[in-house]
Every structure is written in C-alpha cells, then in structure tokens.
Design a protein around this ligand. Structure first.
Ligand code: SAH
Length: 248
C-alpha cells in the first residue's frame, strides 16, 4: 500500500514530532486504521512535505516522528496568486467561503472586521477562530487534492486589511460602483502575477472603507445590477478568475 499523505499546519510540528488530535487524528487512526510503525507523509501550508512514522497512538492523539522532509512542491496552478480580502459575514457563512474558496484555488484569505459586519470577534476569541479557519482550509485542501493550504489571517478593520497590499491587481467589489465593471477591469492588461479582491459584509461597505481601499490602489468594480450575497460574490469572483487565468 502506498504511504498516505495528510495535509496539516506547520504549527503541528515541534522538536521533530508532529502531534494531531481532531480531524487528522480521526482520519489517520479511526478511518484509515493506521497505527504505530506505519509510515506517513505530511504536507504543510507552504507545501513542504515531511516523511515520518507513527510512534504513539492514544485515545485522542497520534504522534508522528519526522524522519526527513522535502521542499515545497510548487502549486501547479496557472492562475495568479489570489487573495480574498473578505469582511467577516454572519454565522457560519465564513466556513462556506473558506471551503469553496479553497476548492476554487484562493491562495490566501485575509478576513477583516467590516464597519457593517454584524459578527464581531473579541480579542480573546481571535487565536481560536484563526486556528479553526485554518483547519477548514486544510481540510478543504485535503479534500480537493491541493498540495498547499491557503492561509487565513485576521485584520481588525478594513483600514488594516487594505494596508500591506503588494498585489499587482487590487480590486474592491463595491455595490455602489456605477461606472466600472469587473469585465472592464479584467480586460485591461495581461495576467497579473497576484490579485487581491476586497468583498464587503452583508450590510455592504461603508464609504470610508471604500476610500481606505482606494487609497491603497484598489479599483472599485461592479458585478452588475443584481446585489449578490457576500458569500456568492466571494465564490463567483474566484470562479471567474480561475476561468480566465487558470486551468478550468
Ligand atoms: N447591503 C448592500 C449589499 C451588500 S452585498 C446593499 O444592499 O447595497 C455584500 C458584498 O458583496 C458587497 O459589499 C460587495 O463586496 C459584494 N457585492 C454584491 N453584489 C455586488 C455587485 N452587484 N457589485 C459589486 N459588488 C457586489
């Protein structure tokens, strides 16, 4: 039998061991019935592959001793590196955005607290949420057979999210835009090496936020006269970009 490969976050590795509970534990131990002495491959969010052997299995945890590693396998996607800069939506919609976005090849998710985001994240909830979101993209990457895992980061505001945007093409999907369509923006110039797209929450963008993004070189674009739900906009923009620039 070939050696099984698992997607994980590099934070699972410490001192030459990788330790897992939750989904990876279940998949490895309960579903595949792997145990002490079995060889496994682990790939992290940067695409680095680790080779190891299961050395300990308890009721809730499995430990893998790492024996060697190999550098990142390049993601063979031909699309640009796409960052989804998404205002936090209500409830569990974010799970859908992260899962579908990973399948559609998003490279990174930068989530931010929009002025009109109904959901709020307290400082003490941040690290738990970030961990959970990264588990969702890791699981989605595993499901769809991606060699890399899109990273999920958190910014408290649109202003913070707009900062540090070095991407070649920067767009903000704005329901208030009347002149410039997405089609116009994408038909100018060739394939960019990287793209970032800002998407507002259910309540839309506050004009102040639109100006923060504009100041950082984001072009406001319209998706037409119909107002899409935030999760629809996020999924649609990725599908469109993959169709134009990727291997779809
Ligand atoms: N409540 C707002 C709509 C918000 S839709 C209103 O009624 O005007 C949520 C987000 O999806 C928007 O902030 C925008 O980023 C994106 N979006 C949805 N439909 C869009 C459209 N037709 N054009 C551009 N962006 C759109």
């Amino acid at each position: 039998m070939s050696v099984r490969r698992f997607m994980m976050h590099s934070s699972a590795i410490r001192d030459g061991y990788a330790s897992f509970d939750g989904d990876i534990y279940n998949h490895m131990v309960r579903v595949l019935r792997l145990g002490t002495g079995d060889a496994v491959q682990l790939s992290d969010e940067k695409g680095i592959t680790y080779f190891g052997t299961i050395t300990q299995v308890s009721k809730e945890r499995v430990a893998v001793t790492i024996t060697s590693s190999s550098p990142a396998i390049e993601n063979d996607s031909t699309a640009p590196r796409i960052t989804i800069c998404q205002a936090l939506p209500k409830g569990d919609k974010i799970d859908l955005i992260l899962q579908k976005g990973t399948e559609l090849g998003a490279h990174e998710f930068r989530l931010f607290g929009g002025r009109r985001s109904i959901a709020k994240i307290r400082d003490d909830q941040q690290s738990g949420k970030i961990e959970r979101w990264n588990r969702i993209t890791a699981e989605a990457a595993r499901q769809c057979g991606r060699p890399d895992i899109p990273e999920v980061t958190w910014c408290p505001s649109a202003a913070a999210a707009a900062n540090d945007s070095g991407q070649e093409l920067r767009l903000i999907l704005w329901e208030g835009e009347r002149e410039h369509s997405l089609k116009d923006a994408l038909s100018i110039g060739g394939k960019p090496s990287s793209v970032i797209v800002a998407i507002g929450p259910e309540g839309g963008f506050d004009p102040l936020e639109v100006s923060h993004f504009s100041q950082h070189g984001y072009q406001p674009v319209s998706l037409g006269s119909r107002i899409l739900r935030t999760e629809t906009a996020s999924i649609a923009i990725l599908a469109i970009m993959q169709y134009i620039w990727g291997e779809m």
